[in-house]
Write a protein that binds this ligand. Structure first.
Ligand SMILES: Nc1ncnc2c1ncn2[C@@H]1O[C@H](COP(=O)(O)OP(=O)(O)O)[C@@H](O)[C@H]1O
Ligand SMILES: CC(=O)N[C@@H](CCC(=O)OP(=O)(O)O)C(=O)O
Length: 303
């Protein structure tokens, strides 16, 4: 599917007749993960940035965690370095790590900060390494039941959200790169979906929004593109073992988030202009919504 025709949508349009939502979300934190495959089109950068600023103007506290997998791979290709993934994670040698750091914090993060700041002095970029925001340990990986060495890939073990909170208190929009300091002092490459989920939990966020390059979680991918609209944590847990690489960390991140206090996690098609506003406002988000097993009364509770 190509990128649909751009349509100007504002929070006000999406809020028409929907004011209880706005009240409920006032002052609440929303973590938005902008993924590499959904961010290759520059016009989507612009509408993404507009949406994030609209959320801010509507009284929410948006935090962006960005990916950049395709951009890292393109740079590795240019440098004649190997691009290899195992179990959905990039095999990260020390040389690869230099490129990951350079592309994520030096290029992708800067572009997003610039796009948001076209609207005012909102965005401040930081890396998960900064002020011990994200701490990781080396992540083990298995392929066909055998352990494989994927190098400097981290699993986040703790998040110190104080710096991000301080920025939010100052009225800024933090833009965070998924890189962590290791407990062993190394620097680790972290999957951006899992980084967004860990930060959403640490911030006590109301929502986690994952933008990707498909309409949501397909029930029987690659055979069908029927989107699963809503899942409870337990239902998702049951599906995880059958998910293929790209969706696995995303859905694992959604599961961890809703099991640790985030009220809803959404997986949305980031190729649709203004996907963020469409996902956050209104009573029915497009894409896939994951909810905790017990949902507060009045939210169409399941289980
Ligand atoms: N069940 C599924 N439903 C939808 N997409 C799936 C599924 N399983 C695997 N995928 C793949 O996952 C991809 C999204 O993951 P990924 O490429 O890592 O996205 P991003 O760059 O947005 O993080 C889709 O483009 C699709 O190819
Ligand atoms: C360990 C690992 O795989 N890290 C990812 C980090 C970027 C990322 O997750 O970007 P997307 O969201 O665009 O895929 C990588 O090196 O590609």
């Amino acid at each position: 599917m190509g990128t649909p025709v751009d349509q100007e949508v504002t929070a006000a349009d999406l809020l028409a007749g929907d004011l209880p939502w706005l009240e409920e979300l006032q002052g609440r934190t929303v973590v938005v993960k902008f993924g590499g495959n959904a961010m290759v089109d520059p016009s989507l950068h612009r509408t993404f940035a507009q949406d994030v600023v609209e959320l801010w103007h509507a009284g929410l506290r948006p935090v962006v965690v960005h990916g950049g997998g395709p951009q890292i791979s393109a740079m590795l290709d240019r440098l004649d370095l190997e691009v290899r993934f195992e179990a959905g994670l990039r095999v990260t040698t020390p040389e690869t790590m230099d490129v990951v750091r350079m592309v994520l914090t030096g290029q992708v993060q800067r572009e997003l900060v610039g796009a948001i700041n076209a609207h005012g002095p909102f965005a401040v970029g930081l890396s998960g390494e900064d002020a011990h925001t994200m701490t990781a340990v080396r992540r083990p990986a298995w392929v066909d039941g055998q352990p494989v060495d994927i190098g400097l890939v981290g699993d986040i073990v703790s998040v110190d959200a104080e710096t991000v909170r301080a920025l939010l208190e100052q009225g800024r929009i933090p833009v965070v790169s998924p890189i962590a300091r290791g407990t062993d002092g190394e620097v680790y490459n972290v999957n951006a979906d899992l980084a967004a989920s860990a930060l959403a939990v640490a911030l006590g966020a109301e929502r986690l929004v994952m933008l990707t390059d498909v309409e949501g979680l397909y029930a029987d991918w690659p055979h069908s593109t029927e989107v699963i609209e809503r899942l409870t944590a337990t239902e998702l847990d049951g599906l995880l073992p059958d998910l293929a690489s790209g969706m696995l960390p995303k859905m694992e991140g959604c599961l961890r988030a809703v099991r640790s206090g985030v009220a809803r996690a959404h997986v949305l098609d980031g190729r649709v202009p203004h996907a963020v506003l469409r996902g956050v406002f209104g009573d029915r988000s497009p894409g896939t919504t994951v909810v905790p097993d017990t949902v507060p009364v009045g939210e169409g509770a399941v289980v």
